[in-house]
Design a protein around this ligand. Structure first.
Ligand SMILES: Cc1cc2nc3c(=O)[nH]c(=O)nc-3n(C[C@H](O)[C@H](O)[C@H](O)COP(=O)(O)OP(=O)(O)OC[C@H]3O[C@@H](n4cnc5c(N)ncnc54)[C@H](O)[C@@H]3O)c2cc1C
Length: 420
């Protein structure tokens, strides 16, 4: 691979005004490198390639040949969705002219504007998009680290972890206990743990109805809490117990070898334990010097540009942007803003003001779907919510079924939007 340095806009500290100047005619094509081919990175690579009609060289760096969505992985656990339907490859993104490299980005030299790959290659960029999703905060659940993920899966990056968790749930002893150690804020997909509990309860009520579900949660409250609690009482009465911070839910330790969870000093024997640890930006964001003490990468609300480097954008879960939840919908929405800005800066096309949106659907039981969502705009310091909506408790069955059907339409739409 021949990867040249370029001298596009002078220094990395060029003023924002200069950044909006398009490439001069006759120069080599401007280069965009995207790290991470998930919900955010896949979208930004595809949109820049599609909308610039070959005027921009786009390289996507992603280690996996197939991306398995976390969205609908809970429905896979619940038996509503096939595992294969979660997987999407990069063929259509590559067919648009994106240079897809299946490798890990292992470092970023922001002065030289190059990305180092695990293979030893270097890739040069004029603009870099960093969208690596999440990593886990070491030691956040004492007794657990990723070396224990086969005994106590997180299943928070989908793929084989979701398969393992499903296998464990389906093979749990009769009347056994499924425990979920829920994460502190902020974390990927605020309603994700609640939806997972619903789907586990759905399966257990069919194959192991005397089983119990224990949630150990360090948070006072969580997204769609009233909707989930109403649904659990209606569909799975007596099955789910939640221990919040008032009762020791923030003081939890696990012993994977013994399958024990210690809650505020009290030892509980469990049969399956889903540990969802505290989270931070994917490691490459930290290696690139794009994160702060929070572990997330601060960005400007108008365009997701890194506060650390004008030539770098961070989007999706890895970013600290303000009010948007860490979701696939958010990442896809942010990616379209970034694609528009980068294309404008590199080719002179029109840049539109940022508009962001998000909706998160959750399934509680068969045909019982709920949702929460909002529209967002760039505030002075961060992205702010300007209008929002949420399903109500007590809704009729027809509306809940419509909400579920809407979620299937959303899934099919978003994966087509990302992967083509
Ligand atoms: C159980 C569950 C349910 C969910 N349900 C929903 C839902 O219903 N709706 C919704 O909108 N969202 C949902 N989400 C959240 C959603 O999956 C994430 O918010 C979304 O995927 C974030 O997109 P991203 O692009 O930031 O990261 P990801 O989609 O995780 O993509 C990151 C990519 O970067 C790659 N990568 C990481 N490091 C490197 C590196 N060093 N070099 C190269 N590549 C790298 C990874 O391989 C990965 O493919 C759910 C999440 C979970 C866990």
């Amino acid at each position: 691979m021949i990867l040249n340095r370029r001298s596009f806009l002078g220094t990395a500290t060029a003023a924002s005004a200069a950044l909006s100047a398009p490439m001069a005619l006759g120069q080599a094509k401007p280069r965009v490198v995207v790290i991470g081919g998930g919900s955010g990175g896949g979208t930004v690579a595809r949109y820049i390639a599609k909308d610039s009609n070959g005027a921009v060289d786009v390289t996507l760096i992603e280690p996996s040949r197939k991306y398995y969505t976390c969205y609908f992985s809970n429905l896979y656990l619940g038996g509503f969705w096939e595992f294969d339907a979660l997987g999407h490859d990069y063929g259509n993104i590559a067919r648009l002219g994106v240079n897809v490299i299946h490798d890990w980005a292992v470092g970023v030299d922001r002065d030289a504007q190059t990305v180092a790959l695990a293979s030893g290659e270097q890739v040069s960029y004029d603009r870099l998009v960093v969208a690596p999703g999440i990593d886990f905060v070491e030691g956040s659940v004492p007794g657990w680290d990723v070396s224990q993920q086969s005994l106590m899966p997180h299943a928070y990056k989908s793929g084989t972890q979701a398969q393992l968790l499903k296998h464990q749930i389906e093979n749990m002893r009769e009347g056994g206990t499924f425990c979920m150690v829920a994460p502190p804020n902020p974390y990927r997909c605020p309603p994700g743990p609640g939806e997972r509990v619903s789907m586990v309860a759905h399966v257990l009520s069919e194959i192991n109805p005397t089983a119990k579900i224990l949630i150990v949660d360090p948070k006072e409250n969580y997204s769609k809490q009233a909707l989930f609690e109403e649904g659990w009482e209606r569909h799975y009465p007596g099955m789910v117990t939640r221990i919040g911070p008032d009762f020791g839910g923030e003081n939890v330790e696990v012993r994977p070898d013994a399958m024990e969870v210690i809650i505020d000093g009290v030892v509980e024997a469990v049969d399956v334990c889903n540990v969802i640890p505290a989270q931070k930006a994917g490691k490459i964001a930290e290696l690139a010097g794009l994160t702060n003490d929070s572990g997330w990468a601060p960005v400007l609300p108008a365009d997701m540009r890194s506060r650390m480097d004008e030539n770098v954008f961070v989007l999706g879960d890895a970013s600290a942007q303000g009010a948007m939840p860490k979701s696939g919908y958010s990442a896809n929405s942010q990616a379209k803003v970034v694609a528009n800005v980068i294309r404008g800066e590199l080719t002179g096309s029109r840049i539109f003001p940022a508009r962001y949106s998000n909706t998160c659907w959750s399934l509680i039981a068969t045909n019982d779907g709920v949702k929460v969502g909002a529209n967002y705009e760039a505030g002075e310091d961060q992205i702010e919510s300007v209008s929002s909506f949420i399903s109500q408790t007590g809704e009729d069955a027809e509306l809940r079924q419509q909400t579920y059907e809407e979620s299937i339409g959303w899934y099919n739409g978003i994966v087509a939007d990302i992967f083509g």
